[in-house]
Design a protein around this ligand. Structure first.
Ligand code: AMP
Ligand code: MG
Length: 458
């Protein structure tokens, strides 16, 4: 075997209520777009003998690697506030888990064909969302934000039909700490399957939260991780776009890059997703929505507690701490962006800057990246900031120059759709070194380049 994938898949030891075994649907002419050799090395995989065509076969699902026992996971979830009791991997397939030097991960193909959870979807992905996920997850990783990662992307040689017309099919291979979501718990809670919730809880503790001694401690730790994660999103101007509970990963990584975007012009109410008409998942609502999503997680866990009334009280006590925990994470990240140690005064200073930026329609990334040039625009803010003696070294190292801007991604996708992947590779290199300035990717969109909405990956 060219690529040794030493599968050791524990999820399949849970009962078959948790998944359905499923093979990938073959594709006609797989072609490797990109392979993440650095990630492969981190996973302890030796890819030196692997040819591009072998990689294309494996990561398109055409060749099932030895030891893989592919399956789709079931879950449920609140989507824009409404509950769907049956979702699942509708266009994704788990090859299995491997244990590398940094722990156990899932390896999953996304866009690999229909599963029992596809509902009306075709189980496929086109090259646009595949490249967006690849760029976004590599950028987030380089920015130090916990995220699922991209191991490979391939084109399939098949055309798939979308609203825009027939488009080139593609598959991204995703690596994640696991794919267990708040929605996985909700699936069993909705069915009153207490035994399954208990099993899943034990599994999650053993896999991700070894120090948690009971469901309350698990909840406390998941809450902390989510607060850290979403505060980091805020600190780099990231909008997830679809913070449904099926897109909240229990291990605390950013997952499911659909209609997501980084903010160019700063405004707290910014929404990009075409399906988010109410602004439920607007930039500044991401903290409060995480609080709401965590309440759904707590609700699912109550079922396995011996005394329901006491459990509700105990979970509520922990849940009520979320705003303060989140605010603390936010304050420490934004203090670092100013090159200052966190305190109430510094939090106020950061919020003052943000409100001026909103008034000025300032570019989020470029303003923080050039704080020393804010004197002309915000003279009194600048004077306050300098008076506090910020560490220029700290704020410069904290604020990236390059984020994957939506209009640049759109240009990459347009070229790729026409068969030219050079812009993708150029942009990938730039977003992987976000603290190195690069004139080709550091500008907000010109009027004609503005992308006002981003669309789902479907
Ligand atoms: P998402 O909004 O991308 O997180 O997806 C929500 C649900 O829709 C998940 O259960 C997906 O598996 C499913 N889904 C999205 N796109 C497709 C597709 N093209 N085919 C089948 N299922 C899909
Ligand atoms: Mg999803």
């Amino acid at each position: 075997m060219p690529l040794p994938l030493p599968f050791d898949t524990t999820y399949l030891t849970l009962s078959d209520h948790f998944y359905t075994r499923q093979d990938a649907a073959p594709v006609s002419a797989p072609n490797l777009i990109v392979f993440n050799h650095a990630l492969a090395a981190d996973l302890g995989l030796d890819t030196s003998d692997m040819t591009d065509s072998e990689a294309a076969n494996i990561f398109s699902g055409n060749v099932t690697p030895e030891g893989a026992d592919p399956f789709a996971q079931v879950y449920a979830g609140h989507q824009f506030g409404g509950f769907s009791s049956q979702l699942g991997d509708g266009r994704a397939l788990h090859l299995g888990e491997i244990v590398g030097p940094q722990g156990r991960v899932d390896i999953q193909l996304k866009g690999s064909g229909p599963t029992p959870y596809s509902r009306s979807g075709d189980g496929r992905a086109w090259v646009g969302p595949v490249l967006r996920e690849y760029l976004m997850s590599c950028a987030m990783d380089a920015l130090g934000v916990p995220t699922t990662k991209a191991l490979a992307a391939v084109t399939t040689g098949d055309r798939i039909l979308r609203e825009q017309g027939p488009l080139p099919g593609a598959i991204v291979t995703r690596v994640a700490a696991s794919h267990i979501r708040v929605g996985t718990f909700q699936f069993f809670a909705a069915r009153g399957d207490v035994e399954a919730i208990q099993k899943l809880t034990d599994y999650v503790i053993a896999r991700h939260y070894l120090t948690a001694r009971n469901p309350l401690e698990l909840f406390e730790q998941v809450l902390q991780k989510q607060a850290e994660l979403v505060a980091k999103w805020m600190s780099v101007g990231f909008i997830h776009g679809v913070m449904n509970t099926d897109n909240v990963q229990i291990a605390g990584e950013t997952i499911d890059y659909g209609p997501c975007a980084f903010i160019d012009v700063y405004h707290p109410d910014t929404v990009f997703s075409s399906i988010d008409r109410q602004g439920r998942y607007a930039y500044s609502n991401q903290g409060p929505i995480t609080h709401w999503n965590l309440a759904q997680f707590a609700t699912s866990l109550v079922a396995i507690m011996p005394d329901t009334d006491k459990a509700i009280e105990d979970f509520t006590t922990i849940l009520n701490r979320f705003p303060a925990v989140f605010e603390k994470e936010w304050a420490s990240l934004f203090a670092a962006k100013l090159g200052l140690p966190p305190s109430d005064d510094i939090t106020a200073l950061a919020k003052d800057l943000l409100s001026r930026m909103a008034d000025e329609k300032a570019d989020f990334t470029n303003t923080f990246n050039a704080l020393d040039q804010t004197e002309a625009t915000y003279p009194d803010w600048y004077a306050n900031w300098r008076a506090l003696g910020p560490s220029d070294d700290v704020w410069r190292k904290t604020n990236p120059a390059i984020i994957p801007r939506t209009h640049n991604i759109e240009q990459v996708i347009k070229a790729a759709t026409a068969g030219d992947f050079a812009p993708f590779h150029a942009m990938l290199a730039a977003v992987q070194t976000p603290f190195v300035d690069n004139d080709a990717y550091n500008q907000p969109p010109q009027d004609g380049e503005k992308v006002l909405q981003t669309f789902c990956g479907t």
